[in-house]
Design a protein around this ligand. Sequence first.
Ligand code: 9MR
Length: 347
Amino acid sequence: MALLSAATVVVVGLAACRPVPPGSTLRGLADARDGRVVGTSVEPAQFDRTADADLIAAQFSSVTPENAMKWVSVHPGPSTWDFAAADRIVEFAEAHGQRVRGHTLVWHRQNPAWLTGGTFTRDELIAVLHDHIATLVGRYRGRIAQWDVVNEAIADDGTLRDNLWLRGIGPDYIRLAFEFAHEADPDAALFINDYLIERGGAKAATLLWIVASLRSAGVPIDGVGYQTHALVPALMPTPEQFADEMRRFASRGLLVEITEMDVALHLPSDPAIDPQRQADAYGSSVMACLAVRECTGITVWNYSDAESWIPGEFPGFGEASIFDAALAPKPAFERMRQILWWDLRAR
Ligand code: 9MR
C-alpha cells in the first residue's frame, strides 16, 4: 500500500500555522525539492503584456505552448510551416531559464483541413506523420525537454479513440509517433498525455496496457502526463488516490507529470466556499506529486482566469486558475506555495 510521505502529512497539519517567506515563488520552492518544476501553458501574446510576462517568468520554471505547436498552428499547409509563435515561446523560455514541454504531436483536435480532409494511403499518412514530427521536433532538438507525443488517444470508455490516425494507420500510429520523435531528438523525454486518468478507471487501465506493451517492445516512451482538468473541485481525487495511480506507472520505470491542471468553478462561484475548495484541489495535486519520486513537475493550464479556455468551452464554468483576471494570487496559489514550503521544511 502506498502512503503519503510523513512530510506531506506534516504539511496538512501545519500549513496554516507558519507563513511562507514573502517573495518565495512556486518555481523556487519546487526547484528546491529535487528539481521539480512548476509550469504554465502560454501564448506569445502574453509576453507583450509586462505584468503577465513578469509573472510567467517569476513564478514558473516550465512553459507549455497552449496552441502554438499544434498542427493547425505550425503546419497549416502540406508543405507550409509557421514557427513564429513557437519560436517566440522557446526563446522566452530560454531567456528566463525555463524548461519547455512540447505540445502536441498527435491529437484528434486542432488539425488543419488538408490533413483531416485529405485522402491518404496508410503509407502516405505514415510519411506525413514522419515529416511532421521530424521537422517540428528536429527544429527544437536539444531545446525542448519533454514532448507530449500522443495526446488523448483513449476514449472515455477505455477504447482506443476513433481518430484520423487510428483510421488511417491503425493502432501502430502510437508506436510510430514515439519512434519518429525519438529519432528527431534522442534526448527529449517522450510522454503520452491524457485526461480523466487521475483516479484509475477504464481509461487508466487501457493506458497502462498501452504503455506496458510499448515498453516491453522497446518503444522509447518515457512518461505519462496527467492533464488534471477538474471541472469542479469535488471531482479531484484525494492525494492518496492520485499518488497511488501515478505509482502504478512509475513502478514500470516511467516518469509522471501533471501537465494541464485547472479547477473550474460553477458560476457564479460562492466566495465563502469555492476558493478554498479550489485551493484544496490544487493542493492535493501538489501533495500527490511530492509523494511520488518520479513526478517531475506540475503545469497549470492558463495561469490566470483572464486567459482560461474554460468559459469558452464550458459555458457556466470558469475562474479555474491560480491567479484571478487581474493577476492577483488566489487561495489556490497560496496553497501550492504553502505545501511546497512545508514539504521542504519537514524534510
Ligand atoms: O487551451 C486550449 C484552447 O485554447 C484550445 O481552443 C483548445 C482546442 O481544443 O485546446 C485547449 O488545450 C487543450 C490541450 O491542448 C489538450 N488538453 C485539453 C486542453 C483544453 O481543451
